[in-house]
Design a binder for this molecule. Structure first.
Ligand code: SF4
Ligand code: SF4
Length: 188
């Protein structure tokens, strides 16, 4: 039987309480439950246009790095992103520079891969689900895992150097609080 994403099993008490608060917040904002999809390297998430939570100012002090592949770097890059370096966009307490009044201003081809597959996140070569996202919190766990396997298969088809570049690191506490390990084979 399908079950909704747990807010208790792998979380610290603080993380669990925070997820419960987000669940309440998203439930008020999104009375209708919607489903994600995946095609051509992009997760479609029908909650995004109204949500925009992960593109706006972040509460964490540590920037969220979003790797850019060579094909995504050009003279316009510095106008589209706050940059940690030439190949790494940053999402931080200022939010993302690419966020406009109607959502992300960028085409999928220019968006960091991290954005195109979010709320699936590659951390230390393993695929996780970012549990704070409303699409994750409201998903049936078997559906979220099934979509995760599709994202995983697609990532596995990319050159390993690109996968290594896309992979980020997170603190153990952050991982335990906000991310679900999908239990899939490491990708790099
Ligand atoms: S948190 Fe989830 S629904 Fe909200 S903008 Fe990010 S990916 Fe979209
Ligand atoms: S590039 Fe677009 S999708 Fe990615 S964080 Fe910035 S605004 Fe959001």
């Amino acid at each position: 039987m399908s079950t909704q994403m747990s807010t208790a099993c792998t979380c610290s008490a603080g993380g669990s309480a925070r997820l419960a608060a987000y669940r309440e917040k998203w439930a008020a904002l999104f009375p209708d439950k919607l489903s994600m999809g995946f095609a051509n390297g992009v997760v479609s998430n029908p909650y995004c246009p109204q949500c925009r939570f992960c593109c706006g100012p972040q509460e964490e002090t540590e920037p969220f790095p979003m790797a850019l592949l060579d094909s995504q770097v050009s003279a316009r890059t510095k106008d589209d992103f706050y940059l940690l370096d030439e190949h790494t966009a940053a999402l931080d307490q200022r939010g993302c520079r690419a966020l406009g009044p109607c959502g992300c201003r960028l085409d999928n081809a220019l968006r960091p891969f991290a954005c195109n597959i979010f709320p699936y996140v590659l951390v230390n070569g393993r695929l996780y689900l970012y549990k704070v996202c409303p699409a994750s919190l409201f998903a049936e766990e078997d559906e979220a895992r099934s979509l995760g396997r599709q994202v995983h298969a697609w990532l596995a088809s990319l050159p390993e150097a690109d996968v290594r570049r896309i992979s980020i690191t997170r603190s153990c506490q952050d991982l335990a609080d906000k991310y679900l390990d999908l239990g899939l084979a490491p990708l790099c």
